[in-house]
Every structure is written in C-alpha cells, then in structure tokens.
Design a binder for this molecule. Structure first.
Ligand code: SF4
Length: 451
C-alpha cells in the first residue's frame, strides 16, 4: 500500500469530502481534458447517496464549480457561491473555465433518488455532447470517501504505485512488526516512507501548510456568528463560546480544558458547514477532531512544539491509511464510524505519539479510539452536515484525548488489536442498514422535523 499522509489530509472546502470535494474533483477531471474540445452541452447524473443527500451536502454546487474548472484546494470559498448563483441566473456555464455553454440545471443535473450504481453508493456520471448532439466523452466516477475519486475505467487510483516506500505496510500488525525489526519508532518509520514521495524539507513544509490551514480554520470559526446556511436554522456557537472562555478565569474549573477542545472542534465544523476552507481529516464531516486535538496539544501539553505537530500528523495519517486500506472512510459505506470514528482513532494515535507513547501504546490508543465508536450511524438532519455532525466532532475530539491518556497509562498490551477493531468496523458497516449510511432516511434525520 503506497499512500501518503497528504492523501489523508487535503485542503478543500466544506461541507463534505465525499459529496462536495470528491464530486468537484470528478467534474474538474472530466472537464479539464476537454478544454479545447467542441463541447456544446454537458449532462450530469447523481446516484445513491450523492442524490439522496447531495442537496444538503452541496453536491450540485460542487459539480457546477468543477465543470467550470475550479478545484477544491484552490477555489476561493468567498467566490464559490456567487459563481454558482451566476450560472443559475444566466443558465450558462463556462465549461473548463473556457467555453461558455448553456446549462439548464433541472435538465442537465439530475438527482436519481431511487437509483444506485453497484460499485459504490457515491456515484456520478458525466457526459459531454457537441453541437449536433453526438456524445464526445462520458465517464462514471465514484467518490469513495475523504475526497478520493475513482473513475469507472480505473481500478483504484488512491494508491501511488509509482512510488516505492522503504517500509510498506498493509495492517497494524505489519506496521508494529516493521517498527520492531528495524528498531524504529512509528514516527521515524512513517517519516522515512514520506521522504520516498518528496524531500524531507518539502514534507515538513507540506505538514506545516496542513496545520496552518487547520489553525486558520479554528481562528475563522471562533469569529463566526449567525445562522448556518441550509434552512435548518442552526446557530453558530463557536464565536460566543470563544468570548465566554477568554473572559472566564481558567483555573477555577479544571474541566475548562474540555470546553476549549470542544470550542476548537465546533469552530472547524461550523466553518465546514458554512462552506469554508477546511482540511479533510480524513473527511470534511469529521474535519474538527484532529485540529481540535492538535490545538489541545499546542495549548495545554507542556513542551509542545512545531515538530510535535508534524509528528502528530504523520502518525495520525498512518493510522488513517490503515482504515482506508482495510475498511472505508465513506459514511455511505460504513456510517459515521468511517468519519468521526476514524478521525478519533487517528487523533488518539497522534496524541499518544507526541506525548511520548511507545509504538504499542500508540496502536492501543488508535484501537480504543475506534472501539468506542463502533456502530456509529450517519443520520444528518435535512441531509446537512450540521446536526449531529458539528457537536459529534467535539465528542470525537474529547474521546480521542481520553483514548490516548488511557493507552499511556498502560504498557501497550491489550485485548483487541487495532486490525481486529478495523475489521469489526468494516463488518458493522456492511450490516448497517442503508438508511443509516448518509442517506438521511433514518435516525435523527427522520425523527426530527425540519423547521
Ligand atoms: S453524521 Fe457523521 S458521517 Fe454523517 S454527515 Fe455527519 S459527520 Fe459525516
């Protein structure tokens, strides 16, 4: 398995990695090679979960932006909405950022609410025609979670087969065995693998960029106020909470630390819900967990420094690779286990590593982080990434800190290996009814009336 930590941490925009970032990337990938072609009309079909929760997750907007030549990591979140509004009001789209074509949204962007494609629940098909109506290109894409996109013609583009890493691993057991046989720490081993992709200096700079984007997202979220978009009338809480916490004397209540952790997670996920700039970690719905735990580390753990943040991201990324390889990061496949559950497991491992944990304690922390998220369903009200998603990230972050601390109190020996809990998560996801897997057809999504 040749994955990089930068496959797990990608800068994009909210509110969803599978339903916003992935479809935007797919539409961009479709349009870019046709930049100079004689395209007169483009048509998009959305299937499965992309259709069922696509409106709440802004899949329609993401596709319009991608077809217009915009990429998730470079699109300016402030111009995204006005650009979509212009396309809608003019009925015209600048295909691949170049040729202006007519785009009649009700006709050209179709949500197939009762149809799924067999390969993956998040599917979209795009086709382009010339002026006489002849199809000149068509492709089906699958948004497989965490912003990963696979075309029908591709087996799996999520791994980098062109790169040979010095210490390849396909399971937690292999990872620990490699550490043992080489005498390396997990941080050293993952670092050596990353340097196979790019230089050490570039790796450090990339990790610093990821943390800077996460930190900026916390900052913006702490200034946020008002009502989140989408019609659910969810009020942003982070701004007020930030004001309260900065005014309150800290040492009067030791659990104030928990409030800060919750604040960091709320800030990120409110930004995500508002369509702001976030880092997929490993998904957008779960984007607040890892930044909140890193912010906790930076603010409250003595001796925390910039290298510690890099090490945190490296170890968390390695754990995320295991879930990507052995199970799934897609809520449409395994429910919220694959989003907040995986983020919690990654964050627990990262924190245990930078608090001096042994390789075995780190693996134990990752295992605890998932064990107590098994069975977590995905039932977003109104199909929006708001309730329960935003608060759920505060739970994921605080649980991750507890998991790391529990593991550090032990000696690394424990009953359930990480690989077993990942396999349990995968099987639980298969057994989970479709209505609990990002369809907004079950759970809170049907028991709460939208207002
Ligand atoms: S419930 Fe979890 S998996 Fe579902 S949209 Fe919200 S954060 Fe994502």
């Amino acid at each position: 398995m040749a994955l990089s930590v930068f496959d797990l941490f990608k800068i994009g925009i909210g509110p969803s990695s599978s339903h916003t970032v992935g479809p935007m990337l797919a539409a961009y990938r479709f349009a870019a090679p046709l930049r100079d072609a004689d395209v007169a009309r483009v048509h998009v079909d959305l299937y499965g979960s992309l259709a069922l929760t696509g409106r709440g997750h802004c899949t329609d907007k993401a596709v319009l932006l991608g077809l217009s030549g915009e990429m998730p990591d470079t699109v300016d979140p402030d111009i995204a909405d006005p650009m979509v509004e212009r396309i809608r009001s003019n009925g015209r789209l600048r295909f691949a950022g170049r040729t202006e074509i007519a785009f009649d949204e009700p006709r050209d962007l179709v949500f197939h609410m009762t149809e799924s494609l067999p390969r993956h629940p998040n599917a979209l098909r795009i086709s382009a025609r010339d002026a006489v109506g002849t199809i000149i290109a068509t492709e089906t894409y699958y948004s497989t979670g965490g912003g990963f996109v696979v075309a029908e013609s591709e087996a799996d583009v999520s791994t980098h087969d062109e790169v040979t890493v010095p210490f390849p691993f396909n399971s937690g057991t292999e990872l620990l065995a490699l550490c043992k046989s080489t005498g390396m720490s997990l941080i050293e081993l993952v670092t050596a693998n990353e340097v196979a992709f790019r230089s050490a200096a570039e790796t450090d700079a990339g990790l610093d960029r990821i943390w800077a984007a996460m930190d900026a997202c916390i900052d913006r979220g702490c200034k946020g106020e008002g009502i989140l978009p989408g019609g659910l009338n969810v009020r942003r809480r982070a701004g007020q909470m930030y004001q309260d916490l900065t005014r309150r004397p800290f040492f009067g209540d030791p659990l104030t630390v928990l409030d800060w952790v919750s604040l960091f997670a709320l800030a990120v996920n409110e930004e995500n819900a508002a369509g702001g700039r976030v880092v997929t970690a490993p998904t957008n719905g779960a984007a607040g967990v890892i930044p909140a735990v890193i912010a906790y580390y930076r603010r409250f753990v003595p001796g925390a420094d910039a290298q510690g943040v890099r090490n945190f991201l490296l170890v968390a990324g390695a754990i995320g690779m295991l879930y990507k390889h052995l199970a799934s990061l897609s809520a449409a496949e395994v429910g919220c286990q694959g989003e907040v559950g995986v983020a919690c497991s990654m964050a627990a491992a990262g924190l245990a590593a930078v608090m001096g944990g042994t390789n075995e304690q780190i693996e134990n922390a990752a295992e605890i982080g998932m064990e107590h998220n098994l069975g977590l369903t995905c039932d977003p009200i109104g199909g929006l990434v708001q309730v329960p998603c935003i608060e759920r990230n505060t739970m994921g972050a605080t649980k991750a800190i507890n998991a790391a601390r529990l593991a550090l109190h032990g000696d690394g020996t424990h009953h359930v290996p990480l690989d077993k809990v990942i396999e349990t998560m995968r099987q639980t996801g298969i057994d989970m009814q479709a209505k609990y897997k990002e369809t907004a057809l079950g759970g809170l999504a049907v028991n709460m009336v939208e207002c």
